[in-house]
Design a protein around this ligand. Structure first.
Ligand SMILES: *[C@@H]1O[C@H](CO)[C@@H](O)[C@H](O)[C@H]1NC(C)=O
Ligand SMILES: *[C@@H]1O[C@H](CO)[C@@H](O)[C@H](O)[C@H]1NC(C)=O
Ligand SMILES: *[C@@H]1O[C@H](CO)[C@@H](O)[C@H](O)[C@H]1NC(C)=O
Ligand SMILES: *[C@@H]1O[C@H](CO)[C@@H](O)[C@H](O)[C@H]1NC(C)=O
Ligand SMILES: *[C@@H]1O[C@H](CO)[C@@H](O)[C@H](O)[C@H]1NC(C)=O
Ligand SMILES: *[C@@H]1O[C@H](CO)[C@@H](O)[C@H](O)[C@H]1NC(C)=O
Ligand SMILES: *[C@@H]1O[C@H](CO)[C@@H](O)[C@H](O)[C@H]1NC(C)=O
Ligand SMILES: *[C@@H]1O[C@H](CO)[C@@H](O)[C@H](O)[C@H]1NC(C)=O
Ligand SMILES: *[C@@H]1O[C@H](CO)[C@@H](O)[C@H](O)[C@H]1NC(C)=O
Length: 839
């Protein structure tokens, strides 16, 4: 003790020494009869008195045994229990002594009593990390907040006090290329996880090692004099395991035991749950995935039914939330030769003239194979198996092996010997074979040409707006060859005057009458007259020496008449795509119409109910007229009208559809608007379900996060806990709520791009409940202004209250003053007493 202390407290020291000698402290707290007692002494406090036991006759002295440890003892004569040295909580937290009182002869009078001295912890130990350096591995694109490693520190101080309450933080982050840290640490558990930014930007190609300096503070980090230690954390970034496999090739019609492993995916999260997801409509997806991410094909595939599959693997956690972006799996089904050739017709009927020459083309046998085109699996070969009858020879016909083209081998057919032959043509691919039946009729020679009834059909006048398909003229030629054969059938063809095939001619096979039809829309403005030259021919070749001459040709003219037509749009429908947030006056489309008669065209819009668009009447450019909103209408359709400026009645319309693409422009909100309430008084454990939604387009992995606004009231009263990506529970943190409506500010974030935050002021009614578990609604009492008498009463009441407050403050201050004096005295007494003991 310093000299000045002595001087300062001189009077008290003398007093205390005296009192100690007289076996009395004169202080009720520090002296008393011997009995079981407990004391609490702060560690490291040094030499001091603890207590004085008063001797009750015939006892004259005291004896202490037990865990004195050279630090605690009792002065036999005075009964003073003292501490000679410093205690250390970390070494021993309590000392147990047995104390008895003795008489003159040293015989026990009372006791032994158990005296326990508890050591009070003071914060004298800094926290220590259990390693100087930690290493960890994180995968690219890991989920934000998902720990990939932990640091841990211990503090030797009493864990039940703030002295050992540790809080972790990241002090440095090397390198730190972004405005936000790539990693975060849980201040309580020491769990290190990627931050939002980290989840997005971590990339081993760019930076594969990071060093974090993490610190740990005791006193929950709340005071300036908390102890701090730090450690290095070396983090290696590895490539994401979650990668789509290359395109998978599966041979169709497999005979292996199914399911067959075709690939395997790995989530970055070890306990992810895998699922498959298909966008297209399929009766059944012949694939499955197991819990190790192994993808199986579950049955033999058939390329001829479906030759490619596209689906997604998704990885979810136990709460059903996606932990990674969906991976696209594409499967190509490979062909095997599992389809036989098929004849195109059950019976192919051909004709050949008696006198035809060797090598003449007769016809083609057609067959198909469903196996993959342009592979050996669908390569077909043809061969004549048999010919019935085999007269005058058995090999009258030849078939080209790879084309199926039938030719005549020699000039040997005679209708009187055989008027018809049946061939069996064998069609083979590498594995399968099929027989196609062919019948060949021997017909008369084609020695007559078609002769037109008229060589000039003169003039035909038609309106330009006659519909396609209209017959504008019938023509007739005759052929004297054998009826109903290729020698007499007449094929009419426009040989000249119609470069664009505006007309076609069909033949009635019975009568050989020709019908000239409009094949394409006529247009006076393009062509006003057609000079047509028509040829009539037979499908069978003419015998040598006979030729088509001018009797097989006819001509006529087609005159078009003009009709005033409305403007014509370049397209029937126009579509555009735009983001819903494009500014007003953005050009979204240019439509174009022209008037066949060359009049100027004016444009206008019809059906623009939302007044979102405007059109430039002369250029056809369509601009936005106001802000668009996908949530009101995703595909906005209007009619564009084009009219002749000289005759507005002549108009035509086209549709214009603008498809709005979503922009995350709606903050999340609560889905339910029903009143939330809790029954008063609360009994604890109450909670209520809340659901978030968003008007923006909901991707199939949309996720909301819930939190409460960080203000003291809300933090102390309410708690929000997430259930899954759309739901959470709101629960009161305690039961001490008044009967009233509380405003709970809830914050919901979406995962759109850009992410948006919605703050919702949730009104929660804490109310008396009626039996049906709903608020009991009392009839409202009428409110009115107080009368003059009431007002005076209130005023007096307020004055009285103020008086009371002033009085109590005054009283309190006095009391405190006294208290402080008392504690000063006690400290001094302890010190003096020790000195007297040491003597
Ligand atoms: C002293 O503390 C011990 C352990 O906490 C307890 O069992 C005992 O009752 C206490 N004795 C007194 C006298 O308070
Ligand atoms: C206190 O401890 C010191 C040494 O540790 C010893 O010399 C001294 O006698 C002790 N005093 C009493 C009163 O026990
Ligand atoms: C620990 O983290 C929680 C949640 O992030 C935060 O509310 C709290 O204030 C933090 N405590 C300290 C001491 O930083
Ligand atoms: C499944 O097949 C993939 C390759 O296709 C292979 O890497 C993986 O190890 C297989 N998994 C099992 C469980 O057989
Ligand atoms: C599979 O191949 C066999 C012969 O190899 C064939 O008979 C069967 O029709 C084929 N199945 C499918 C679905 O193609
Ligand atoms: C056909 O039209 C031409 C040209 O206009 C005309 O000279 C001729 O007289 C017309 N023939 C008939 C039969 O109307
Ligand atoms: C044929 O088509 C071409 C190109 O479309 C056009 O320029 C020409 O005027 C057309 N001719 C007739 C006679 O329709
Ligand atoms: C065309 O040939 C036929 C016989 O094949 C004949 O009767 C006819 O007179 C010929 N016509 C012309 C214009 O020479
Ligand atoms: C989320 O939880 C709520 C309440 O338990 C349930 O109704 C809802 O279907 C769940 N949604 C999903 C996506 O799991």
């Amino acid at each position: 003790m310093s000299f000045s202390m002595f001087r300062l407290c001189g009077f008290q020291i003398l007093l205390v020494i005296h009192l100690a000698m007289c076996q009395n402290f004169g202080n009720l707290h520090l002296t008393g009869p011997l009995k079981d007692m407990n004391f609490s002494v702060p560690e490291g406090s040094g030499v001091r008195l603890i207590y004085q036991f008063t001797a009750e006759p015939p006892a004259v002295s005291f004896r202490a045994t037990g865990e004195k440890d050279g630090l605690l003892d009792i002065v036999p004569k005075t009964g003073v229990l003292y501490l000679n040295g410093s205690l250390d909580w970390e070494t021993k937290t309590k000392y147990s002594l047995q104390v008895e009182s003795l008489d003159e002869e040293g015989q026990r009078v009372k006791g032994p009593y158990t005296i326990i001295v508890f050591v009070e912890d003071i914060n004298d130990n800094p926290p220590e990390f259990d390693q100087l350096k930690y290493t960890g591995v994180v995968r690219q694109n890991s989920r934000p907040g998902k720990p990939f490693m932990y640091v841990h520190a211990t503090d030797r101080d009493d864990p039940s006090t703030p002295h050992a309450q540790l809080t972790y933080s990241i002090l440095h982050h090397f390198p730190n290329p972004y405005s936000q840290m790539l990693f975060q640490i849980n201040n309580v558990t020491g769990a290190i996880s990627p931050s939002m930014t980290g989840s997005y930007y971590l990339d081993p190609q760019k930076q594969d090692t990071f060093t974090l300096v993490v610190t740990v503070k005791d006193m929950a980090g709340l005071t300036m004099n908390a102890f701090t230690s730090s450690a290095d954390v070396i983090i290696t970034v590895k490539e994401s395991l979650w990668k789509a496999p290359p395109t998978i090739h599966i041979q169709e019609n497999s005979t292996r035991d199914h399911p067959v492993n075709i690939s395997q995916v790995h989530s970055n999260e070890p306990d992810a749950i895998y699922e498959l997801f298909v966008k297209e409509q399929l009766p059944r997806l012949p694939f499955s995935v197991n819990q190790n991410g192994v993808i199986y094909v579950t049955e033999p595939l058939d390329r001829e039914k479906k030759d490619t599959y596209l689906f997604f693997v998704i990885a979810k956690d136990k709460e059903g939330e996606l932990v990674d972006k969906p991976l696209q799996i594409s499967v190509i089904v490979e062909d095997i030769n599992d389809n036989p050739p098929v004849c195109q017709k059950a019976l192919t009927v051909l004709e050949v003239q008696e006198n035809e020459d060797a090598g003449n083309y007769i016809g083609t046998v057609s067959a198909t194979d469903m196996d993959q085109k342009d592979t050996l699996n669908s390569r077909l070969q043809f061969k004549i198996e048999s010919q019935v009858p085999a007269v005058p020879a058995n090999d009258l016909f030849f078939i080209q092996q790879d084309t199926g083209i039938l030719q005549l081998i020699s000039r040997s057919l005679n209708k009187r010997i055989a008027s018809s032959y049946s061939l069996k043509v064998l069609v083979t691919d590498a594995v399968f074979q099929t027989i196609c039946d062919v019948q060949i009729h021997v017909i008369d020679i084609n020695d007559q040409i078609p002769i037109f009834e008229k060589s000039d059909y003169q003039n035909v006048t038609v309106a330009e707006d006659l519909p396609v398909g209209t017959v504008i003229l019938e023509i007739q030629a005759t052929d004297a060859d054998e009826p109903l054969t290729g020698s007499s059938y007449i094929v009419y063809e426009v040989k000249e005057g119609d470069p664009n095939k505006t007309f076609i001619i069909e033949t009635d096979p019975e009568t050989n009458r020709g019908f000239i039809k409009i094949n394409k829309a006529l247009d006076f403005e393009t062509a006003q007259v057609y000079n047509l030259v028509i040829h009539a021919t037979n499908p069978e070749p003419l015998v040598p020496g006979v030729q088509y001459n001018s009797s097989s040709i006819t001509v006529f003219k087609v005159f078009l008449t003009n009709v005033d037509e409305p403007p014509v749009f370049s397209r029937e429908a126009y579509t555009a795509e735009a983001f819903e947030n494009i500014p007003v006056n953005t050009l979204v489309m240019t439509v174009e119409a022209y008037d066949p008669e060359g009049d100027t065209v004016r444009y206008s819009l019809e059906g623009d109910v939302k007044k979102w668009l405007r059109i430039d009447s002369s250029t056809g450019k369509i601009y936005t007229a106001s802000l668009l909103d996908r949530e009101q209408k995703q595909a906005y359709e209007v009619q564009v009208v084009a009219s002749e400026s000289n005759n507005v009645a002549q108009k035509s319309k086209a549709t214009f559809v603008i498809n709005l693409k979503d922009v995350n422009d709606n903050p999340p909100r609560l889905a339910t608007n029903g009143a939330l309430f809790f029954c008063h008084p609360l009994s604890g454990g109450e909670r209520t379900l809340i659901q978030a939604t968003d008007d923006d387009e909901q991707m199939f992995y949309s996720t909301f996060t819930f939190s409460l606004k960080d203000d003291t009231d809300t933090r102390n009263n309410w708690e929000i806990s997430k259930i899954n990506s759309t739901h959470a529970y709101l629960s009161p943190k305690h039961t001490n709520f008044d009967e009233k409506v509380y405003n709970v500010p809830v914050i919901i974030n979406d995962n759109g791009r850009p992410p948006l935050e919605g703050e919702i002021n949730l009104e929660v009614n804490v109310c008396k409940c009626s039996s049906e578990k709903s608020c009991f609604i009392a009839v409202q009492r009428e409110r009115s202004w107080p009368s003059a008498g009431q007002a005076i009463g209130i005023l007096l009441g307020v004055l009285l209250l103020i008086g009371c407050i002033i009085a109590s403050v005054f009283f309190h201050m006095k009391y405190k003053e006294k208290d402080q004096k008392k504690s000063h005295q006690e400290d001094a007494k302890d010190q003096a007493e020790l000195h007297s003991l040491a003597k």
